[in-house]
Design a protein around this ligand. Structure first.
Ligand code: FAD
Length: 519
């Protein structure tokens, strides 16, 4: 080995970001082998992890399979459940005469829009008359309405009848990853506080001084120290670009809610309900719900926000503890600087409306592992590529989240402020302007790393009642017979599978009893 080769990777921080990154890197490098890159993770025994972050994307199935965690183990050890998307309640408009408005952003649509795009036919009212967009293109909304599971006990690990992700307990997930990464993947775990970060004359990080494990040296460093951003911010001074002018929420209040009894059914989707100055999340785990209110303190005081959340939870809420989290939304000007990459909250944070953070942790760790510059002279080129790619992904994530607010017709001041044009990115306005009179096509999503695919935009746009008029180009959508046939297939599949799927609670009970067959 020469000085030009990277042998030691040091990760600072042991939350979801630190342990997922450690697992993905160690698996890729096969760190158990002599001569392979060694991964060391330093975690403070005193500073707790953020302890929230309970919703994932379907990509987590691939990640778990890749790092070698069994789905049965994961579901049982993390009190996890199966998630099929998000139900947005009262986002379009406030409840009228006690009646809620709701729509789904689902993980499954029945047809690949590349092959046949049903959305313009629905938009022109040529199919799905009287039905919502989601009902027209997917069975998953009905499955979720009935609290059913996306898989049966006959499906193997990570396979389903419908696409799915997970709801999980973040603390238990970090514990499972710790156990797996240290026992099976060769990650070295150090429990200590980083007190000082050392740099070379060129500005590279060379090591960290800790309170109880001395100096830990390395060739490459990953900053997973959460909001503290010890390396990327405090040492390398990479600026943080705030997006607070676009995403107006700045606090989250979280409360864990026990179930009435241990057989209470578990919701199949995250439920996101809009309120006067923000929105609540409601996530069903196997043993409790995780709830929280994400709000703008410029539009509501903390006491009123807490009342809103406790009213939402209902009976028994007064006895439950709450945790207030201040949110600084934005992302780094660069994620990779010198020999350090930031992953997780140290890199970026936007409000958790679309549960995008863990997905972007997986994406970052995968990209670092695939492009890892084992020879140091490759570093700056790889860093540039990583920074461009992650910058694009965060910018698109901000646009997509803002779109939910911008399309709302709610009239409270928070919602009106969200529609002020100077709060809306030009990139989003340009797309929406065009989509008012042109169908969405794959040309709008031509970057392979676009975080939200066309289907996601279609669910949200049409769920929010986006006013689209394609009539001037109606002749381009002449294949109405085929569109109707596709729609009938959705109805037929619905009838077939609704009777076959167990409830979300039943599938977890069965997995506990029998386990899932491995792939
Ligand atoms: P943390 O969990 O804060 O971990 C930081 C680590 O750094 C800890 O181990 C700490 O001990 C260590 N550390 C700090 N200082 C030192 C030191 N001096 N020495 C040694 N170690 C140190 N994401 C989703 O994908 N889905 C969601 O549904 C979702 N919901 C969210 C809801 C809220 C309200 C918030 C705020 C976030 C949410 N997120 C969600 C984001 C998600 O929680 C985080 O992206 C994820 O938990 C990763 O956090 P982290 O590991 O970067 O940081």
């Amino acid at each position: 080995m020469t000085d030009n080769v990277i042998n030691q990777v040091v990760i600072v921080g042991g939350g979801t970001a630190g342990w997922l990154t450690a697992s993905i890197l160690a698996k890729k490098f096969d760190s158990r082998q002599p001569g392979a890159i060694q991964v060391t993770l330093i975690e403070s025994p005193d500073i707790p992890t953020i302890g929230v972050g309970e919703g994932t994307w379907p990509t987590m199935r691939k990640t778990l399979a890749k790092i070698g965690i069994s789905e049965t183990d994961f579901l049982l050890k993390c009190n996890a459940s199966l998630k099929q998307g998000t139900k947005f309640v009262n986002w379009k408009s406030a409840p009228e005469n006690g009646v809620d408005h709701a729509y789904y952003h689902l993980f499954t649509s029945m047809f690949d829009p590349e092959e046949f795009n049903l959305a313009p036919y629905w938009s022109l009212d040529l199919i799905g008359q009287g039905k919502t967009y989601a009902e027209t293109v997917s069975v998953q909304g009905l499955v979720s309405d009935d609290g059913l599971s996306p898989k049966t006990i006959l499906n193997k690990e990570f396979e389903g009848v419908l696409n799915y992700a997970y709801h999980l307990d973040a603390g238990l997930f970090a514990q499972l990853l710790t156990e797996h990464a240290t026992k099976n993947l060769g990650v070295k775990h150090i429990s200590a506080n980083v007190e000082q970060v050392l740099t070379s004359a060129q500005g590279d990080i060379t090591g960290v001084h800790t309170d109880r494990a001395g100096l830990i040296e390395g060739d490459f460093f990953v900053d997973c120290s959460g909001f503290k951003a010890l390396l990327i911010d405090k040492t390398l001074n990479v600026p943080f670009n705030s997006v607070a002018d676009t995403l107006l929420t700045d606090h989250a209040l979280a409360i864990q809610v026990p179930y009435q009894d241990e057989q209470t059914n578990i919701a199949s989707c995250t439920v996101s309900t809009a309120h006067e100055a923000g929105w609540t999340w409601d996530i069903g785990l196997s043993n409790r719900r995780g709830t929280g209110y994400v709000y703008s303190s410029a539009h509501v005081d903390h006491e009123t926000a807490e009342k809103t959340l406790r009213n939402y939870i209902g009976t028994g809420a007064e006895q439950l503890d709450s945790k207030l989290i201040k949110m600084n939304v934005g992302y780094r000007e660069k994620f990779w600087e010198k020999n350090c990459v930031a992953i997780g909250l140290s890199a970026a944070f936007v409000e958790p409306l679309e549960a995008s953070a863990i997905f972007l942790i997986e994406a970052s760790a995968n990209m670092v592992s695939e492009l890892f510059p084992r020879q140091k002279h490759l570093m700056s080129g790889v860093a540039q590529k990583f920074n461009d790619s992650m910058g694009f992904r965060w910018q698109k994530t901000v646009d997509f989240i803002k779109m939910h607010y911008f399309l709302s017709e709610r009239q409270e001041s928070f919602w009106r402020d969200n529609k002020e044009l100077n709060t809306v990115p030009d990139s989003l306005l340009a797309l929406l302007d065009r989509w008012r009179c042109q169908a969405l096509t794959s040309y709008d999503f031509d970057n392979v790393f676009e975080p939200f695919p066309m289907e996601s935009y279609q669910y949200v746009l049409h769920g929010m009642g986006f006013k689209q008029d394609l009539s001037v180009n109606k002749q381009a959508y002449a294949n109405v017979m085929q569109a109707k046939q596709y729609q009938q297939q959705v109805q037929m599949v619905s009838q077939k599978i609704l009777g076959q799927l167990p409830s979300n609670r039943e599938i977890l009970n069965k997995i506990k009893e029998f386990g899932l067959q491995s792939i």
